[in-house]
Design a protein around this ligand. Structure first.
Ligand code: FAD
Length: 388
């Protein structure tokens, strides 16, 4: 048993922490205000090798592992949750799906620029009538000569609206199986393919610098070889990488919650009421104590799930707990951080106001808290609760 981070992990943590403090944090407020994505910051993250940490060097990565990747996501999210969330989508979900299921040619063409951070990958699963029940998706893929022809609408697609977005991985019905059930396959759709267009850019509660768009596929023709992995297991492939996405969302939550705690603690030590800093009122101190305890638990869970993944061991339960507990923890911590700031916490110039608004997303995206509980319910049913 060893809870120490390796030297390599410590290096990643220290490097990303310093970068986040010096380069990202000072710009976080302005990014939210302007709604402009910080391309220059993402370029620097790419140069420092942050985007492709878990991929081998031959595919543009840094040859690290998933514990390292999640330490990076946590530290980046401590300064700005949107950049952490983008790392989740482009690396943990899209990059990984191409790495694990792609052909050699697909990895060379699509993974390398994503792992190097020169390009960003987007993930197109959700549709107007298919969210939590993702298997009910309607987008269709029909083989025609040397092409697949895609038709359908995807919504809330993170990152596809960025200038450096290169592809959208998408799931579509490509036929029926022997029992009359739809077969779902995964496809790589390069951005700019004729027939693929961006619909509206959503106006969001927070995270304004990271665009989410509707994507319309209308007789969108992609080469036959752009099918990703096993044609009959596209949905299972998506679910497999979303399992890592759950760890990554957990890491985003831990990073953002740490920032809330730091802000609330420093405010509580400075703000004086009734003749002393409010930190000395037990009601305030207990809030801070609870925040630190729950962050510690969520953080351990994220690292444990990533550690299991690095060892090729099952981690569905651990990843689901990391997402569920992490996102619910973040909402509580962000709310308490605003409460400790009193009226000032409601004002835009205090970072906790931005974090509070941003926190809600993490209980929804990549599977709502209810969906996570459904997954845990199934695990309990199958295991009879014998999990430890
Ligand atoms: C900012 C943002 C970015 C996003 N980015 C992406 C992206 O890049 N790619 C992508 O594919 N998707 C993306 N999404 C979509 C996101 O993953 C979905 O919003 C989420 O999975 C929920 O789906 P839904 O919105 O359709 O809600 P619904 O599925 O309609 O759910 C509505 C409510 O009903 C509950 N519910 C549904 N079914 C059950 C059930 N069986 N039991 C109990 N409760 C249930 C849900 O938990 C929720 O509370 C993004 C969403 C947002 C907000």
């Amino acid at each position: 048993m060893d809870f120490d981070l390796s030297e390599e992990h410590q290096m990643i943590r220290d490097m990303t922490r310093q970068f986040a403090d010096e380069v990202i944090a000072p710009r976080a407020e302005q990014m939210e205000e302007s709604g402009e994505f910080p391309y220059d910051i993402f370029e620097k993250m790419a140069e420092l090798g942050m985007v492709g940490i878990p991929f081998p060097e031959e595919y543009g990565g840094s040859g690290g592992d998933w514990v390292g990747m999640h330490l990076c996501i946590e530290e980046i999210s401590r300064a700005d949750g949107n950049l952490g969330a983008l790392l989740d989508v482009t690396t943990s979900v899209v990059g990984q799906e191409i790495f694990v299921f792609g052909t050699e040619e697909q990895k060379k063409e699509f993974l390398v620029p994503i792992a190097r951070g020169e390009k960003v990958g987007a993930f197109g699963l959700t549709e107007p009538d298919s969210g939590s029940d993702a298997g009910s998706l309607r987008t269709s893929a029909v083989k025609d000569g040397d092409s697949w022809v895609l038709n359908g609408t995807k919504q809330f697609i993170t990152g596809i609206g960025l200038e450096n977005a290169s592809v959208m991985l998408t799931a579509a019905r490509s036929g029926m199986d022997g029992e009359g059930r739809p077969v779902i396959s995964a496809f790589i759709v390069p951005k700019g393919t004729p027939g693929m267009s961006l619909g509206k850019k959503y106006r969001k509660l927070a995270g304004k610098a990271l665009p989410a768009n509707e994507v319309i596929l209308e007789d969108c023709r992609i080469p036959l070889e752009n099918i990703l992995g096993d044609p009959g297991r596209g949905f299972a492939q998506h679910l497999a990488v979303l399992e890592t996405g759950r760890i990554s969302i957990g890491a985003v939550c831990v990073g953002m919650a740490r920032a809330c705690l730091e802000q609330a603690l420093s405010y509580a030590r400075e703000r004086t009421q009734f003749g002393k800093p409010i930190f000395h009122f037990q009601a305030v101190q207990f809030k801070l104590a609870d925040m630190s305890a729950s962050i510690e638990l969520a953080r351990n869970q994220v690292i444990k799930a990533a550690w299991l993944k690095d060892r090729g061991r099952r981690h569905t339960f651990e990843a689901t707990v990391a997402k569920l507990y992490g996102s619910e923890m973040l909402e509580r911590v962000a709310s308490d951080a605003v409460q400790i700031h009193g009226g000032y916490g409601y004002m835009d110039e205090y970072p906790v106001s931005r974090m509070y608004k941003g926190a809600k997303l993490l209980q929804i995206v990549e599977g709502t808290s209810e969906v996570q509980r459904m997954i845990l319910g199934r695990i309990l049913q199958d295991s009879g609760g014998k999990l430890w």
